[in-house]
Design a protein around this ligand. Structure first.
Ligand code: CO8
Length: 259
C-alpha cells in the first residue's frame, strides 16, 4: 500500500516505524492520515517478523492536533451521525504488539491523545504536551479527559484541560505522562533501542504483558489482578517460558520461538 500522509519503514527487519508526515500542517491529524495510520498499524501487527512498532512525527511536531481546518465547518448532526473519530481513531487500541510513541515538538490535542493511546511515550527534550481544545471552543474528543487524569492525576489534568497550557518534557516526565526524556537528537536511537529490546523477548509474553498492564486502566483492582494471574498461568503453557527459564539456569542467551 502506498501512503500520502505517513512514512512507513522497518528497522532491523523487526521494528515497524511509522512517521506522521504532514509537515506543512504540523502533522495535523485528518481522516485520511488516520485511515493510513490504522492501515499501517494493522499491517505491522499482522506481520510475524515485526515485534514492536514506533510511532513518531517530525522534530517540530509529533502532531499539533486534529485538523482544525477540516473540523471547522462540521455540524453536530454530521459528527454524531458519522460517529466522527470512532472509525479510525480507535484502531490503535486494537493493536496487540507494543507501540512506542517517540515524541518531539508539539503533541497537542488529538496529537497528545494519540501519544497517550500508545503503550509508552519517549519524549525528546523539546517535546510539548497539551490539550488546548478549550481555546477553540471544544474539549478533548479522543480520550484525553480520561487518559490524561489516569496518567498525571486529576489536578494537573484539570489544569491542562481547563487552561489549555502546554507542559514541557520535563514536567511531563515528573508527572508520569512520559517514561523518559532524551536529547532530541537521540530520540529515534532511544526509541529503536527500546523497541529492539522488546523484540528480543518472546512475543507471547510481550503481548500478555501489554494486555495485563492495559487492564489496569479498564477495570477494578481485583479484576485486573485476576486477569494478570490467568495470563501469568497461561504463559507456563508456552515453549518460550521453558526456554527462558532454562536459559537463565544454564547461563546462556535464550532463543525464543514465539510459541
Ligand atoms: N490543524 C490544522 N492546521 C494546523 C494545526 C491543526 N491542529 N496546527 C497547526 N496547523 C497549521 C497552521 O494553521 C499553519 O498553517 P499555515 O502555515 O498554512 O498557516 C501551520 O500548521 C504552522 O502552524 P503555526 O504557524 O501556527 O506554527 P507556530 O509554530 O506558530 O505554532 C502551534 C505552533 C502552537 C502548535 C500552533 O500551530 C497551534 O496552536 N496549533 C493548534 C493546536 C490545537 O489547538 N490543537 C488541538 C486541535 S483540536 C483537537 O485536536 C481535538 C481532538 C479531537 C479528537 C479527534 C477527532 C478527529
Amino acid at each position: 500500500m502506498t501512503y500520502e500522509h505517513i512514512l512507513v519503514r522497518t528497522e532491523a527487519e523487526r521494528v515497524g516505524v511509522i512517521t506522521l508526515n504532514r509537515p506543512k500542517a504540523l502533522n495535523a491529524l485528518n481522516s485520511a492520515l488516520m485511515d493510513e495510520l490504522g492501515a499501517a498499524l494493522k499491517a505491522f501487527d499482522a506481520d510475524p517478523a515485526i515485534g514492536c512498532i514506533v510511532l513518531t512525527g517530525s522534530e517540530k511536531a509529533f502532531a499539533a492536533g486534529a485538523d482544525i481546518a477540516a473540523m471547522a465547518k462540521f455540524e453536530f448532526h454530521e459528527v454524531y451521525r458519522d460517529d466522527f473519530i470512532t472509525r479510525n481513531w480507535e484502531t490503535i487500541r486494537s493493536i496487540r504488539k507494543p507501540v512506542i510513541a517517540a515524541v518531539a515538538g508539539f503533541a497537542l490535542g488529538g496529537g497528545c491523545e494519540l501519544a497517550m493511546m500508545c503503550d509508552f511515550i519517549i519524549a525528546a527534550d523539546n517535546a510539548k504536551f497539551g490539550q488546548p481544545e478549550i481555546k477553540i471552543g471544544i474539549i478533548p474528543g479522543a480520550g484525553g479527559t480520561q487518559r490524561l487524569p489516569r496518567a498525571v492525576g486529576k489536578s494537573k489534568a484539570m489544569d491542562l484541560v481547563l487552561t489549555g497550557r502546554m507542559m514541557d518534557a520535563q514536567e511531563a516526565e515528573r508527572a508520569g505522562l512520559v517514561s523518559r526524556v532524551v536529547p532530541a537528537e537521540k530520540l529515534m536511537d532511544e526509541a529503536l533501542a527500546a523497541a529492539l529490546t522488546i523484540c528480543g523477548y518472546g512475543q507471547l509474553a510481550v503481548m500478555a504483558a501489554k494486555e495485563a498492564v492495559n487492564r489496569a486502566f479498564e477495570g477494578g483492582l481485583s479484576d485486573g489482578v485476576m486477569f494478570e494471574r490467568r495470563l501469568f498461568h497461561a504463559l507456563f503453557a508456552t515453549a518460550d517460558q521453558k526456554e527462558g527459564m532454562d536459559a537463565f539456569l544454564t547461563k546462556r542467551a535464550p532463543n525464543f520461538r514465539n510459541a
